[in-house]
Design a binder for this molecule. Structure first.
Ligand SMILES: Cc1cc2nc3c(=O)[nH]c(=O)nc-3n(C[C@H](O)[C@H](O)[C@H](O)COP(=O)(O)OP(=O)(O)OC[C@H]3O[C@@H](n4cnc5c(N)ncnc54)[C@H](O)[C@@H]3O)c2cc1C
Length: 375
């Protein structure tokens, strides 16, 4: 079609009432196909929680400068880029420009720290005992939740909260740079928060967990406000629902892209386990970013870290489903990830629990509760 014909066709379409256009007519969202026989994988991971918030500080250790960068609780993917900028400032204070530095750890924090250092001109060698998909970060749900189990209220001073906000905003901006790519590492999706008994009842806490600061209002402007829906405006039979819009990470695609970008820019990945801090002294690099997550508990004997177990199940991918569900009160989250319909459920006893054995019954129970929502 020539340009003039194209323009004419365009203006004719504009003259039609919106309802006459196929693409403008509202469509009922496709129902999620949730049944236990569609589970294709169950992953278990550990959130590295610190009541004080992430540890981002430099320390002289056995002749090396170690920039500690771990303890991001349930927010590692979300906060990663902003947090990496903090770690970078410490690296820059101790390493010559363009020097070779070491990063230990290939989870969300190690990969983003390595990329941030490369972008600042450093040569990076990444050492890790495990690489994706065997890192804890691979088990993550994949929502932008920079406030999830990131610190205990008692440590969230005004200065700490302001610093957290700056990291969250920087990270949010960096994630937007990964939109629109063919593998879809980052996408925006609409979703429904669903509740059996309304949204005003407070949710019960989980066993042993501290009080968490209410940080969400500080970054509420970064995503559209939720909207209450009337029955008929959502696909759930016996529940109330609100619409929300949320940033979703397709974790495998994001990890793959970060690893590919790291290698393309000359990064080296070495499989190695460090058993004691003294092992760090054997590295040729003088500055080392320690991004070992929960691994720092054993490597450094850091008792400020508490493991928080989490489990996610993937169901056979359903590309026609493009919305998320948060089932309030049931602690079940379902995400339309590209590698499967992801179903995550909080456990009663996750806090302080480092048990990595999958509990299939727990995931099946979450799937059944979700299935009941669709009738
Ligand atoms: C079920 C679940 C759901 C989650 N959902 C979300 C979410 O929706 N959004 C979000 O933002 N975050 C989420 N998180 C949190 C997020 O996944 C973590 O904050 C993040 O994984 C922490 O990343 P990390 O790189 O510090 O640790 P890890 O992923 O554990 O990586 C640590 C790396 O260090 C290496 N390592 C450790 N010890 C040693 C050693 N001694 N020698 C050599 N290498 C070592 C490991 O092999 C690995 O490569 C979730 C977590 C879980 C478990």
């Amino acid at each position: 079609m020539r340009r003039r014909e194209l323009l004419a066709a365009g203006s004719a379409a504009c003259a039609l009432p919106a309802a006459a256009l196929d693409f403008a007519a509202p469509r009922a969202p496709a129902a999620m196909r949730v049944s236990t026989d569609r589970i294709i994988d169950i992953a278990v991971g550990i959130r590295p929680f610190r009541a004080q918030g992430p540890r981002i500080e430099a320390q002289r250790l056995h002749g090396k400068t170690v920039v500690h960068h771990y303890g991001h609780g349930g927010s590692g993917w979300s906060l990663s880029w902003g947090s990496a900028q903090r770690a970078l400032a410490l690296i820059q204070a101790h390493a010559k420009p363009a020097a070779r530095i070491a990063v230990i750890g290939a989870g969300a924090i190690g990969l983003t720290t390595a990329r941030t250092a490369q972008q600042a001109g450093f040569k990076v060698r990444l050492y890790a005992r495990e690489r994706p998909p065997r890192v804890h970060s691979s088990a993550a749900t994949g929502l932008w939740t920079p406030e999830s189990r990131i610190a205990a209220s008692e440590h969230a001073t005004a200065a700490w909260c302001a610093d957290w906000e700056a990291m969250a905003r920087a990270s949010f901006k960096a994630h937007q740079g990964y939109l629109g790519l063919p593998s879809g590492p980052v996408e925006w999706h609409d979703g429904f928060v669903v509740s059996d008994d309304g949204f005003d009842t407070p949710l019960p806490g989980h066993v042993g967990e501290p009080d968490y600061p209410d940080l969400y209002p500080r970054v509420a402007d970064l995503r559209p406000q939720g909207k209450a829906l009337q029955p008929g405006e959502h696909p759930f039979h016996q529940a109330q629902a609100r619409r929300f819009t949320q940033l979703v990470f397709n974790i495998p695609a994001y990890q793959r892209l970060l690893l590919d970008d790291f290698a393309r820019d000359g990064g080296e990945l070495v499989q190695r386990e460090f058993r004691t801090p003294r092992d760090l002294a054997r590295l040729p690099e003088a500055v080392i970013a320690n991004c070992t997550g929960d691994g720092a508990r054993t490597l450094l004997g850091d008792a400020s870290l508490t493991p928080v177990r989490g489990q996610t199940a993937r169901l056979i991918p359903q590309p026609e489903v493009d919305y998320a569900v948060i089932y309030r009160g049931h602690n079940v989250v379902a995400l339309p990830r590209r590698d499967g319909l992801l179903v995550a459920a909080m456990g009663e006893h996750d806090f302080g629990n480092a048990d990595l054995r999958p509990d299939r019954e727990h995931s099946e129970d979450a799937v059944r509760r979700l299935a009941a929502l669709f009738g």
